[in-house]
Design a protein around this ligand. Structure first.
Ligand code: PMV
Length: 353
């Protein structure tokens, strides 16, 4: 086997407290507003192995044991092209496993693109800092740029046309708030009918409420940063819930309207509201899917988990802490590619990750 370069990385999705929705540049994935998220931890992760080799004729991408079509591989190939310098014309085999259902609003694209960016850069021995890595990940899938870092992460909207000032910044590390727990209520594992990319464009073009949302985003973002710094749970959780409601309202206000929340999601909202009667102890938030992310503290996590698990239509409730950024797995046995055969290996992510 002649020249090849390989690396394996693991990354986690993130859940946005202040959401990214709408682009000012669709090619460069430049957002209309800044956003802020929490990086998640086990049990939801993506492991990705990237192999660059002069034996490969074209780029190939496998996800959860299925070879992806050209269309399904477009985001991955865009990231590979950004990583490959002029002198590196090596094609790549990318093999990825999620420990959770893909395309169900669990931000699988975020963890996948983050693991690919970090793994690919490592394989090619590029010495890029997290900011530069986040700029590359952003162009694979916007929200992925925030998964390049752990803890609480802001994605700056930037003002430059070339996107060099639109990157991820760590606001607080994962150790900042160890009491925080995020419950992930899996409502369905089915693929969504409107992709977030199509949905965003539709909202920007058609929603008359959207300009009003945009006007207020800077204010909400600075308020949330301050609430995190002060660990002001009640104010933060209230803001998080109202931001999620606002996002899903502009989706419904788009034309034609589209919905990610379903009856089960709404029953989860009702259960969290009831749990919060008296004082706010938890916050629900939803991305582009029906699964609920419920932020609370260690004191309430079990009780809330029991209540949410009982809701009809909730398949499973996973529990996460605030997680760290992507990791390179140094041990050769963690590769998802048989290097000699240049084929994916079989892998059981639930047990191994
Ligand atoms: O990066 P995308 O295209 O998957 O968009 C994701 C947008 C939301 O998840 C709904 C919000 C966010 O900021 O993550």
């Amino acid at each position: 086997m002649s020249g090849y370069k390989i690396a394996t990385a693991e990354a986690s999705p993130n859940i946005a407290l202040i959401k990214y929705w709408g682009k000012r540049d669709e090619k460069l994935f430049l957002p209309l507003n800044g956003s802020l998220s929490v990086t998640l931890d086990a049990p939801i992760k993506t492991r990705t192995t990237v192999l660059f080799s002069d034996q490969l004729k074209k780029d190939e991408f496998w996800l959860n044991e299925r070879r992806q079509t050209e269309e399904e591989s477009a985001d991955v190939v865009r990231v590979l092209n950004l990583l490959r310098s002029d002198e590196t014309q090596l094609r790549a085999l990318v093999v990825s496993f999620n420990s959770f259902p893909s395309s169900a609003g669990l931000a699988s694209s975020a963890s996948g693109i983050a693991a690919l960016t970090v793994g690919g850069a490592h394989a090619l021995n590029l010495k890029l800092d997290p900011q530069a890595l986040s700029i590359i990940a952003r162009q694979g899938s916007g929200s992925a740029c925030r998964s390049i870092m752990g803890g609480f992460v802001e994605w700056t909207k930037g003002a430059n046309q070339d996107g060099r000032d639109s990157y991820a910044v760590q606001i607080e590390p994962h150790t900042f708030w160890p009491e925080i727990r995020i419950l992930i209520a899996i409502v369905t594992s089915q693929k969504k009918e409107v992709s977030s990319r199509v949905g965003q464009t539709r909202t920007v073009k058609t929603s008359s409420l959207f300009p009003q949302r945009l006007k207020e985003m800077d204010k909400h973002l600075s308020a949330v940063k301050e609430m995190i710094a002060r660990k002001d749970i009640e104010k933060l959780f209230l803001e998080v819930m109202r931001e999620s409601n606002n996002l899903h309202a502009v989706m419904m206000d788009s034309w034609p309207p589209f919905f990610y929340l379903n009856d089960v999601s709404r029953n989860i909202i009702r259960a969290v509201m009831e749990f919060n009667s008296g004082s706010i102890k938890a916050a629900y938030t939803f991305d582009a899917g029906p699964n609920a992310f419920i932020i609370t503290t260690v004191d309430y996590a079990n009780e809330l988990n029991n209540q949410i698990s009982r809701i009809s239509g909730v398949e499973e409730v996973l529990e996460s802490k605030v997680g760290q950024g992507p990791k390179i797995l140094q041990d050769d046995s963690s590769h998802l590619i048989d290097v000699k055969a240049m084929t994916p290996v079989s892998f059981s992510p639930k047990q191994a990750m």
